[in-house]
Design a protein around this ligand. Structure first.
Ligand code: ATP
Ligand code: MG
Length: 275
């Protein structure tokens, strides 16, 4: 991928902390996190379940505000969601009351995307129905789809509005291995063509290394960045990469760190005396 202006900082977290109020008191979920995401970066977050990954993504999306610290986009504070950031949440975010094609068209009909005429919108919807292999289901409702199909529909919705930033929370988790691999290549193709900046959460270290130029290993809760692992492989990437020694070494390094954090998180959530 010919990444333009890769040194240009876009999103910046500075000393960000977050806590939630729970029945048993405040729970610190993010602790003093600082990082930046540059134009064209593909950043993946990996870390144990419950460590605060979705919380970090929700802060970048502008859905929640941190308890302290600052979060900026191009130097301006992020105070809410915006059409520049396409977000795909863990629970997919498809509207159950809309058909498949209406779901894909939904974002195109929002105010921020009103530049397109109805023929252009139809073409975009048709393109993504085809890419996601959902053409036969265009009139179906989400409840009539399988989990993997719903996930492909959510991907179509996210890509269809061509956001500058793509923020995705485990977007490929419900897919079979072959579809997942096809979706990886489609995402890399979209990035190549459109030069997007991506923040992705995944539990698959393999996926993180294959797709990203940087992997952030997140600690056990409260989330801190344990290590930023630079992934040096040039884009476009091909699946053969996954068979190389260098790929294997990065994968096992990250995997070991994640396992360590996973163990720390487990110890935290065990009742006293059992850890
Ligand atoms: N709105 C909320 N109110 C209270 N606690 C919350 C809220 N949202 C998240 N939490 C808590 O914050 C912690 C981090 O949650 P988060 O969803 O960010 O984790 P995660 O790393 O995305 O986990 P997973 O990999 O399982 O998706 C969890 O302990 C969760 O219970
Ligand atoms: Mg999550």
């Amino acid at each position: 991928m010919e990444i333009t202006n890769q040194d240009r900082e876009r999103i910046r977290f500075e000393n960000v902390s977050m806590e939630f109020q729970t029945a048993s008191g405040p729970l610190e979920v993010v602790h003093d996190v600082s990082f930046s995401i540059n134009q064209g970066d593909f950043v993946s977050l990996v870390g144990p379940s419950g460590c605060g990954k979705t919380t970090l993504l929700s802060i970048a999306a502008g859905f929640i505000n941190p308890a302290s610290g600052s979060v900026t986009l191009d130097g301006h504070p992020i105070v809410g969601p915006g059409p520049d950031r396409g977000v795909m949440f863990q629970e997919y975010g498809v509207f159950p009351w809309l058909t498949v094609e209406q779901n894909i068209a939904f974002g195109l009909n929002l105010k921020a995307n009103r530049g397109r005429d109805s023929q252009q919108k139809k073409e975009i919807v048709d393109t993504y129905l085809k890419l996601m292999r959902l053409e036969a289901f265009r009139k179906a409702y989400p409840k009539q789809l399988s989990g993997g199909m719903r996930q492909r529909l959510a991907l179509a919705r996210t890509y269809a509005v061509h956001p500058e930033f793509v923020l995705m929370d485990e977007p490929f988790g419900a897919l079979d291995a072959q579809t997942r691999s096809a979706m990886h290549d489609l995402l890399l193709d979209v990035l190549y063509a459109e030069g997007k900046t991506v923040l992705l959460i995944t539990h698959s270290v393999e996926e993180a290394v294959y797709l990203s130029n940087k992997v952030f290993v997140i600690s056990a809760r409260p989330a801190r960045i344990r290590e930023v692992v630079e992934i040096p492989f040039p884009y476009p990437r091909h699946h053969d990469l996954q068979e190389t020694e260098e790929f294997g070494a990065l994968r096992s390094h990250i995997h070991q760190m994640v396992m360590r954090e996973y163990a720390a998180q487990e110890a935290q959530s065990s009742p006293p005396g059992t850890a």
